[in-house]
Write a protein that binds this ligand. Structure first.
Ligand SMILES: N[C@@H](CCC(=O)N[C@@H](CS)C(=O)NCC(=O)O)C(=O)O
Length: 211
């Protein structure tokens, strides 16, 4: 398989963790999201993904898949072990809720394109943009801290889709210096996951395009 990725992309980080957990080897095709205004905006990448975002997974059959949650679901359906979702329907809904809280409610507000729009189109100062970033991560984490049930992973004793989404979001928060001392459960889950080789190998600093 081939993964279009950028070392700092948290959506690509989710897919890297998922691939590692499933034991699937893949090649990385790096797409620099910052250089020259973003190599994701080049026509050759637009031809791969009309949304011009990473991650994109090209399967061994040549299918081109976009959107991290859809890709992770595809991997879980085609490689069932270890499962990313619990068997019980209520537990599954809880895991998905946490994943969506992060991937649909926190992450889009702090993504490269909206932040760039705040700066360039709306003329906002960097300090206001940083406040915006911190505000939405902190609000999301306040809810997340109450919703997770570490044991030691976000939803108990098994790694799940919730952890796959949580760890990259915590990495982003640390990079942007969001204070995390109010979120001991989130920090504990992050720490428990990162000792696992699948999570460790997926870290931004362990990628071939890391800077
Ligand atoms: N909902 C998408 C988000 C993908 C996404 O926004 N990726 C970011 C990097 S984390 C990106 O490519 N940004 C480029 C841009 O916004 O121009 C997913 O989960 O895959």
């Amino acid at each position: 398989m081939k993964l279009y990725s950028f070392f700092r992309s948290s959506a690509a980080y989710r897919v890297r963790i998922a691939l590692n957990l499933k034991g699937i080897s893949y090649d990385t095709a790096s797409v620099h999201l910052v250089k020259d205004g973003g190599h994701n905006k080049l026509p050759e990448f637009r031809a791969v993904n009309p949304q011009m975002r990473v991650p994109v997974l090209v399967t061994s059959r040549g299918d081109v898949l976009i959107q991290s949650l859809a890709i992770i679901e595809y991997l879980d359906e085609t490689h069932p072990e270890p499962p990313f979702l619990p068997k019980d329907a209520v537990a599954r809904a809880r895991v998905r809720a946490i994943a969506e809280l992060i991937a649909c409610d926190i992450h889009p507000l702090n993504n490269t394109s909206p932040l760039r729009y705040l700066k360039n189109a709306m003329g906002q100062e960097q300090s206001a943009i940083d406040d915006w970033y911190h505000h939405w991560v902190t609000t999301g984490f306040e809810a997340l801290e109450e919703l997770i049930t570490p044991g030691p992973y976000a939803c108990g004793a098994e790694v799940s889709l919730a952890d796959i989404c949580l760890v990259p979001q915590v990495n982003n928060a640390k990079r942007l210096k969001v204070p995390l001392d109010r979120f001991p459960k989130i920090v504990g889950v992050d720490r428990a996951c990162l000792v696992l080789p699948a999570f460790d190998r997926a870290r931004p600093e362990n990628q071939p395009d890391a800077e």
